[in-house]
Write a new protein. Structure first.
Length: 289
């Protein structure tokens, strides 16, 4: 451990400040008292994000402010919040791009609030889990431990679902969705887009089970295609499109009895020797509990 003053999380050089921004922040103490809004004046320089503003407030003005953040680069999804009425990632929202001197920051809509800007994301993860977000195959454990070859999946087959794998589970699409707002049981855009992602994946063999899983009153048919999820997604995923594709798959399964191709496992090539000077990989060890 080294001594000295810790480096501030957000270093604001006053010579480079171009405006003072009022952060109007939703405050809720988590005990049932009515929420309030509190204003903080934040010296703002070019390149500062809303998350930088919140970090600066916490370090310099009010250590009691609560919010979630981790990567500060649009990858972990934890800093999702309402910013001037729209669900966004705070770390990807430049304060000056908002073109206002007042930034209203609130927790994501359609979720209960734990404290201040921290939503309870249980419904997001429960719905995600409900659509079984993993490849299902008979004997998959043995296949994982003793792979006999590679899946034959063409680039065109991969294109069917690859963009939906970019979801970072920030929960923004559920906050944007008007149907989630009116029907808390609706599976919602995140889970349904993931359901499609596995329905379309030829490595998966649970096509029929997956179609039946979403073919319910609160499932795929509950989406009225408002498109708000797609507009809000910070990663450019298109959940609204995935849901329409999923409707088509469910119809094909249910009404037409159509099945989906399953990728073949190509046997390991024989007679291919290892290139010289390439070391053998270390032996795999399987941990037992
Ligand atoms: S802090 Fe990770 S996405 Fe914003």
């Amino acid at each position: 451990m080294t001594g000295g003053t810790p480096k501030p999380l957000v270093d604001v050089d006053m010579d480079r400040v171009v405006q003072t921004t009022t952060f109007r922040v939703f405050r809720y103490n988590g005990t049932g008292d009515p929420p309030t809004y509190k204003d903080y004046e934040v010296p703002t320089k070019r390149g500062m994000t809303v998350l930088d503003g919140l970090l600066w407030i916490k370090e310099n003005l009010d250590g009691s402010l609560s919010y979630r953040a981790s990567c500060r680069m649009g990858v972990c999804g934890s800093c999702a919040m309402m910013i001037n009425g729209k669900p966004r990632l705070a770390c990807q929202t430049q304060i000056l791009d908002l073109q206002t001197s007042v930034v209203v920051v609130e927790p994501l809509k359609n979720y209960p609030v734990v404290k201040d800007l921290v939503p309870a994301l249980d419904q997001l993860f429960e719905k995600h889990e409900a659509v079984k977000p993993y490849v299902m195959r008979p004997g998959e454990e043995d296949e994982l431990e003793n792979p006999s070859g590679e899946f034959e999946q063409s680039p065109e087959e991969l294109d069917e679902f690859i963009q939906f794998t970019y979801c970072i589970k920030c929960g923004i699409c559920l906050a944007a969705c008007p149907t989630v707002a009116s029907d808390p049981l609706f599976l919602g855009p995140q889970a349904l887009a993931q359901a499609y992602r596995y329905v379309a994946d030829t490595r998966d063999t649970a096509y029929a089970e997956r179609c039946d899983l979403v073919d319910t009153a609160h499932g795929v048919w509950r989406c009225h295609y408002a498109g708000a999820c797609t507009e809000a997604c910070p990663k450019g995923v298109d959940p609204a499109f995935a849901i329409q594709l999923l409707k088509k798959k469910v119809f094909q399964h249910r009404v037409l009895g159509k099945k989906r191709k399953v990728a073949r496992v190509a046997p390991k090539p024989t007679g291919v020797s290892r290139r010289p000077n390439v070391p053998e990989p270390p032996a795999r060890t399987v941990k037992s509990d």
